[in-house]
Design a protein around this ligand. Structure first.
Ligand code: SAH
Ligand code: SF4
Ligand code: F3S
Length: 447
């Protein structure tokens, strides 16, 4: 007896944590007979996993929610659920604004997805209401199998939530307090992924350095060391590190680990001490610079990336110049740059001295131009070197050009050679370093 499979289309916005969670949600749905589709028109269930870190993220989600109204009209049996950070923030307001949404699950409730979908499917005919559940501080069930999107790299969340309350940021309000997963659950998941052929594991958390502060069974450096020893693992990555508690032990773990990649994503957010203070980041530019020195001394060749916000309330021309000077001094490999977006309920949104939009945009452009120049110069240092690349497969635009990453996280492109396979390591000589990618060619073995 073959029963038609039900199809789910996922829309995922936001950070890596959201992508990791979406894989777990899809895993839950597979257990109750769903298959994934890329085609929203064919779907029986549309699930949107949302972000609200900036207004633009919410605008994107609302745009998509609007589009789905038509699908729902054409196919009334379609189920439509909104989950994640924006769901947590908006709660019932989402349904008031878009009554075609059937259910809203907050960040602590996505473990309930399977039950909620089953309930709604069972009630289908007589069903009139909506389900809204945004109760706080749940975690994802540990027994499911994530429907992983890649074949080489796997995301593994190690903790949920954030306790830092940077004054611009909504994450602590929508994701609740820090909760660490148990080391044994994390290790089991890593072992399961490597047994299935995944080579690279990225450990995820809003602030991985605080891992284990709650259960005290292992701290983050210890967790990294345990992951490093898992059979079949080729690379261990992690993000995000908060500079305020990046420990010397963590730097040592990266230095001494065999598979732990030499890349630190260490968001500084700003280069002016008064802005850092107003942001409640709990470090000064001096302390941050000392950390960077320690990283560079201990892990030569490590790459360093950051997040930056321009236009925080009260940011003067002088503050902004300090930020540019800071970048010139640190010389990041890459920076993710954002326009400050006021988030209601956060302290910074109520501050005087909100920066006008034109000024923000103008500063962002200057910032990006400077960082692009620095990124290019950083990459040019690798000209002629041979890099170990973990092969990800054909690039998006040209199937004969393959792509992969260096241990430091840089994207490499090269002409594919016969016999090169996805998930293998290749030695690539860099011949054309650019701002965002390194182009190269396969290094021929001597003799
Ligand atoms: N936990 C991570 C980052 C989470 S959000 C960390 O602390 O590093 C990702 C990035 O979004 C932040 O690093 C910050 O640069 C940016 N961001 C957060 N809130 C923002 C806001 N209100 N406006 C603009 N950018 C913001
Ligand atoms: Fe937001 Fe700060 Fe927490 Fe990062 S550390 S998620 S920026 S509050
Ligand atoms: Fe966005 Fe939530 Fe991540 S607000 S950045 S999806 S933690």
């Amino acid at each position: 007896m073959t029963q038609n499979k039900r199809l789910v289309k996922m829309f995922v916005y936001g950070c890596q944590m959201n992508f990791a969670e979406a894989e777990r949600m899809e895993g839950q749905l597979r257990e109750i007979g769903f298959e994934s589709t890329e085609d929203a028109e064919k779907a029986d269930l549309i699930l949107m996993h949302t972000c609200c870190v900036r207004e633009t993220a919410e605008d994107k989600a609302y745009g998509k929610i609007g589009e789905i109204k038509r699908l729902k009209r054409e196919k009334p049996s379609l189920l439509f659920g909104v989950t994640g950070c924006m769901a947590q923030k908006e709660s019932e307001a989402l349904i008031r604004r878009a009554p075609h949404i059937d259910f809203v699950l907050g960040t602590g409730r996505i473990g309930e997805l399977r039950r909620v979908v089953e309930e709604l499917l069972a009630e289908r005919d007589g069903y009139k209401g909506h389900i809204v559940d945004v109760a706080e501080s749940g975690t994802l069930p540990e027994d499911g199998t994530p429907a992983r999107q890649g074949t080489v790299s796997a995301w593994v969340p190690i903790m949920y939530g954030c306790d830092n309350f940077c004054t611009y940021c909504i994450v602590p309000y929508v994701r609740g307090r820090e909760r660490s997963r148990l080391p044994e659950d994390i290790l089991r998941e890593i072992e399961d992924a490597t047994a299935k052929g995944f080579k690279e594991i990225t450990l995820l958390g809003q602030n991985v350095n605080s891992y284990g502060k709650d259960h005290k069974l292992a701290d983050f450096a210890e967790l990294l060391q345990m992951a490093d020893k898992v059979d079949g693992i080729e690379r261990v990555r992690f993000m995000t590190s908060h500079p305020k508690d990046l420990s010397p032990r963590l730097i040592a773990a990266v230095r001494d680990g065999q598979h732990i990649c030499e890349h630190f994503h260490l968001p500084v957010q700003h280069g002016s001490d008064s802005i850092l203070k107003a942001m409640n980041r709990n470090y000064t530019t001096e302390r941050y610079k000392a950390l960077v020195r320690s990283i560079r001394e201990n892990v030569p060749g490590a790459s360093l990336t950051t997040d930056l916000i321009v236009g925080f309330p009260g940011e003067t021309d002088e503050d902004f110049e300090s930020l540019l000077d800071f970048l010139r001094e640190i010389r990041y490999d890459a920076a993710y740059t954002f326009l400050y977006s006021p988030r209601s309920g956060t302290p910074a949104a109520k501050l005087d001295g909100q920066v006008p939009d034109e000024v923000k945009h103008e500063r962002l452009e200057r910032l990006m131009a400077l960082q692009n120049q620095i990124s290019l110069e950083q990459n040019q240092k690798l000209d002629g070197t041979v890099q170990e690349v973990l092969i990800e497969g054909p690039s998006r635009t040209d199937a004969t050009i393959w792509t992969g990453r260096t241990r430091t996280g840089k994207i490499v492109l090269w002409p594919h050679q016969k016999g090169e396979g996805v998930g293998e390591l290749a030695q690539i000589r860099i011949t054309q370093p650019q701002t965002w990618v390194l182009k190269g060619e396969r290094e021929r073995a001597e003799g």
